[in-house]
Design a protein around this ligand. Sequence first.
Ligand SMILES: O=C(O)CC1=CCC(=O)O1
Length: 96
Amino acid sequence: MLFKVEMKVNIPHDLPAEVVDEIKATEKAYSQDLQQQGKWRHLWRVAGSYSNVSIFDVADNTELQELISALPLFPYMDISVTPLCRHPSSISSDDS
Ligand SMILES: O=C(O)CC1=CCC(=O)O1
């Protein structure tokens, strides 16, 4: 199942810089592992903001919840999820 996931990052200003750097490094490794597994298909920065638009390809809502709630930045993000399905006019072979 495909989901569009929008993540807006709100890191508290009083979090120590070294803690923030560690969280970001862990987040990067975690997201790159999921990308390599094909579960995190696309990761885009929204220009001009500290947010991203992502496409996840997971078995079901439960797997999506598990993956997203394990994000190191999860406590500091506003997240919205939109389920996707194939458009009848699409010519892409990988969007089902
Ligand atoms: O910087 C972000 O948009 C948050 C994030 C998600 C995956 C990642 O590596 O950073």
